[in-house]
Design a protein around this ligand. Structure first.
Ligand code: BGC
Length: 883
């Protein structure tokens, strides 16, 4: 029995915790089958706490609350059901951040005329044993101490609803402090705080018009004494090489203006260039510690091809649509310029910058001259696969640096069809590109906003692929903070679109209910559910009021089943499913989920109230929109998918009818996609539940447009916004809303995990797994592996004829006429196993293997030729090492 070092909340690094009572989680590794924990003991410093308990995920902090800055070594041991104790886990050093506004003696300082270099000088006269830098900015910042970059965060402090919540970071800088003179410096840029945000020109200065830095360095000396040095009146600022930095438009850096030694004690600041800063006020009560990991540079790609465009430009192809920026190596005379333009696709051989709308996405480097110069922008990011390079930079030495929130990768999927694997990989890349501090719709054009509906549908997939609990916890706090008193939720959070965007939109606003529920199901975090609960109720109450006594939600603007392929390109909301069907179905669903949340939280009154509401809305839906036999108004795939998965078909026979009709509708459409943002994530589940798995597979494996694999065969390396972002003739969709990196339609990956491979949560946090593979579609094998909160889990299957042992190295030989299913069930959990043709049964932790006869009616495995049209560049070089 080996116990991992305890984790604090959803943090990957327990330095600067914002919780005074951080909940603890650990996992136990053991070979003993059916292992259960019967007790745990936590040691924090000199204190110990023992509990007779099987809990190991997010267990309550049993000691006195941590005080600001308090550091304590925490370790855990566990007792098995047989009664023997494990050894102690390795210790984790939990350290609280600054928990109260009064802990800050530093003041926000602002450069008076947009200078972007700031510095403060101080002297250290005693040996320092510990040094912590607590730091944030109005804007984005990078800190340096004595000429050395502090930490490796990108675009800190990240983007939150700044007027409610501003994150600060805590760094251990003990190793950077020197005896004698020291200098703390920071570079500031607009970032999301002051830069341009929003489409149709957007707005600047949404949060404020002055950049500012707040930095508090706390030193602990060998004799136990402490000293604090923070931003305040003595600080100075100077202009420097940063000419412009914008999230949308890119960065311009003039290396001739660099100030050597700007963050070092020598030379001391020349008062002629270093002017005094101004102290500005900002509400310290908005400061919060991070709940998840920071944005980092997580990988690097070299160009796979250097092209010359028809107009003669040098264009680099990185073979992968990604988010980040370029690092260049340039050599030339002082004042020469390198200009970098970014694009996701080529149009007529040229970078398709029109898709970026008003985002310039252009970085400019002005050379200092005199030798090779290496440069990478600091305060911007782009979504691109291609980049044009003008000027004296060596194209072969350019690297694309991938940036996103540095979440632990937790989930993987494999199967026998390379196109399906690439589809899954595309969903992974779209998540990487759009989980840059918060969940966004797209990463490239003048948008990049926290659209609620996109995340609502993608959250289950996201929660499998990466541990995104901490990131989404922060975003949900913003969603709640920005909820209107009416209960309406901005359609994108943080809200930079203004009042016009604060309205209930079905499938979008419901994120406030459905995302916390998803996180509860996937991570077992009931505390988060509790915190979100009042906001969840406010939203459902608001929508119930909009629906009124009819219980049908027919009023107000709706996005509907956004981007149904049948909708005209310029009217993405005009799909074939009536908007009132979508809206009323969502109200019933959210009310039902809220009732379940109330039950988890032991709130009986609310449980009864929302159960009754869900039932009433369900009845109204059935009465108004469902014919007695089961036809749903509109007769669309999305209508049936909603009615089936949200349980809105109460009469006998209606479900069967709707399932059959859904399969027929899809067949009538040639097994092509007939659903948009809201129907697509549900359609395969609806078919599966209705016993129409074969149709689900036909939909999955379709390659004609519109379909999931169409984009793959067209060389897509991320999930597209439109089913035909690239059209069958190879031309780019003319719609002015055409992104190649929008994760919403990639939500089918969740079905791949749960139903194709067969790994789903049967209890919150995967405390109990559901292993239920549904072989089909000619696939010969599939496998899903997930690092659950309890440890690694896996479900895999293969049909005879597949060389076993190739995947996990567990098995040898070939199997005949059999379906072999293997599973890994983490210690302290169990699994409900449902194999084709059999009755469900329960197993304990450990490795399992079963063989059953190949289910009747399963189509014979077919070999799937992978062909890709030659008109589209497809060189795919996936940086596997980084995930
Ligand atoms: C965004 C979406 C979003 C939609 C809602 C678009 O501009 O990119 O993904 O959900 O608007 O209308």
């Amino acid at each position: 029995m080996h116990v991992t070092a305890p984790r604090a909340e959803h943090r990957t690094d327990p330095l600067g915790l914002g919780e005074s009572r951080p909940r603890l989680s650990w996992t136990t590794a053991t070979d003993r089958p059916g292992w259960r924990q019967s007790a745990y003991e936590i040691e924090a410093g000199t204190e110990r706490f023992t509990a007779e308990s099987a809990e190991s995920v997010l267990v309550p902090w049993p000691f006195a609350p941590l005080t600001s800055r308090q550091r304590v070594q925490v370790r855990v041991r566990v007792r098995s059901a047989e009664g023997d104790w494990s050894g102690w886990s390795p210790p984790a050093a939990f350290e609280a951040g600054l928990l109260h506004p009064a802990d800050w003696s530093a003041r926000f300082v602002s450069p008076p005329a947009d200078e972007h270099l700031l510095r403060g000088d101080f002297t250290v006269r005693q040996a320092v044993t510990a040094a912590r830098l607590h730091v944030t900015a109005l804007g984005v910042y990078e800190a340096e101490l004595n000429g050395v970059r502090v930490g490796d965060h990108v675009l800190a402090p990240g983007w939150t609803s700044y007027h409610h919540r501003l994150r600060y970071q805590t760094f251990d800088v003990t190793g950077l402090i020197r005896p004698g003179p020291n200098t703390l410096g920071a570079i500031l840029a607009d970032g999301w705080y002051r830069g341009r945000l929003g489409f149709e020109g957007g707005a600047t200065g949404i949060y404020g018009d002055r950049l500012a830095l707040l930095a508090q360095l706390e030193l602990t000396f060998a004799d136990g004494g402490t000293r604090t040095f923070g931003t305040g009146p003595g600080w100075r600022c100077a202009a420097g090489p940063l000419i412009a930095a914008s999230i949308y438009d890119g960065e311009t850096h003039d290396a001739r203006l660099e100030v050597p030694g700007w963050s070092s004690p020598a030379p001391p600041p020349d008062p002629a260039t270093w002017r005094p800063v101004e102290v500005v006020e900002h509400d310290l009560a908005t400061l919060v510690a991070p709940t998840g990991p920071p944005v980092r540079r997580t990988g690097e790609l070299a160009p796979v091809e250097v092209l010359t465009s028809p107009s003669g430009r040098t264009v680099l192809d990185f073979g992968q649509n990604l988010v980040g920026r370029l690092r260049i190596t340039a050599e030339g005379a002082a004042g020469e310029r390198v200009v970098l333009r970014h694009a996701e696709v080529l149009e007529d051989g040229e970078p398709a910058t029109r898709l970026l709308r008003t985002a310039a996405a252009t970085d400019v480097y002005v050379l200092r001259g005199g030798g090779p110069e290496v440069w990478e922008p600091r305060f911007t990011f782009h979504g691109f696969r291609y980049a044009s390079v003008e000027g004296p930079a060596d194209p072969g030495l350019v690297r694309a640096v991938v940036c996103h929130t540095d979440m632990p990768r937790t989930g993987r999927f494999e199967c026998s069809d390379p196109l399906v694997e690439r589809l899954h990989e595309n969903a992974v890349w779209s998540m990487r590109g759009n989980f840059l501090d918060l969940p966004t719709d797209c990463p490239q054009r003048d948008e990049r906003l926290g659209w609620t509906g996109d995340l609502q549908v993608f959250a289950p997939t996201a929660a499998f692929l990466y541990d995104c609990a901490g990131l989404l916890e922060s975003w949900l706090a913003d969603v709640a903070a920005e909820q209107a008193p009416s209960g309406a939720v901005p359609v994108a959070v943080p809200n930079v679109l203004g009042e016009r965007s604060v309205f209930a939109a079905a499938g979008w606003g419901d994120a406030i209910v459905l995302v916390p529920w998803t996180l509860y199901r996937r991570y077992g975090d009931a505390g988060l559910l509790e915190r979100c609960f009042p906001a969840m109720c406010r939203y459902v109450d608001h929508v119930a009021e909009l629906a009124g006594p009819s219980r049908l939600w027919t009023e107000g603007y709706q996005f509907g089943d956004w981007l149904d392929p049948a909708a005209p390109p310029d009217r993405p909301g005009a799909g074939r499913t009536p908007k009132e069907v979508v809206a009323t179905a969502y109200l019933a669903h959210s009310a039902g989920v809220l009732a379940r949340a109330a039950e988890v939280l032991g709130r009986d009154a609310e449980r009864e109230r929302y159960q009754a509401l869900a039932a009433a809305v369900g009845e109204a839906f059935a009465a108004a929109y469902v014919r007695p036999e089961g036809t749903v108004l509109g007769d669309s795939a999305t209508g049936y998918a909603l009615a089936l998965t949200f349980g809105l078909l109460p009469e006998p026979g209606q479900r069967e009818f709707a399932g059959r009709r859904l399969a027929e509708v899809i067949a009538e459409g040639g097994h092509r996609i007939a659903t948009g943002f809201l129907g697509t994530p549900l359609v395969c589940d609806a078919l599966t539940e209705a016993g129409q798995v074969a149709t689900a597979y036909r939909l999955l494996l379709q390659r004609e447009c519109p379909s999931w694999l169409y984009a793959v065969t067209m060389g897509g390396t991320t999930i597209w916004e439109r089913w035909d972002s690239l059209r069958p003739d190879g031309t780019v969709n003319l719609g002015e809303m055409t992104s190649f990196n929008h994760y919403a339609l990639g939500a089918v990956a969740d079905w791949l995990h749960r139903c194709v491979a067969g790994l789903a949560p049967a209890a919150p946090g995967y405390r109990r797994l559901l292993i239920r593979p549904r072989p089909g579609g000619g696939l010969t094998r599939a496998r899903a592996a997930l690092r659950t909160p309890y440890g690694p889990a896996e479900a895999a299957w293969r049909l005879d004829g597949e060389q076993a042992g190739e995947q996990g190295g567990e098995l040898d030989g070939e199997l005949d006429g059999e379906l072999e299913v293997t599973a890994v069930v983490p210690p302290n959990t169990s699994a409900l196993v449902h194999l084709p043709g059999g009755e469900p049964f329960e197993v304990g932790s450990g490795r399992h293997r079963w063989t059953v006869p190949v289910p009747a009616g399963l189509p014979a495995p077919v070999s799937v030729p992978v062909s890709v049209p030659v008109s589209v560049p497809v060189s795919v070089r996936v940086d596997k090492a980084t995930d």
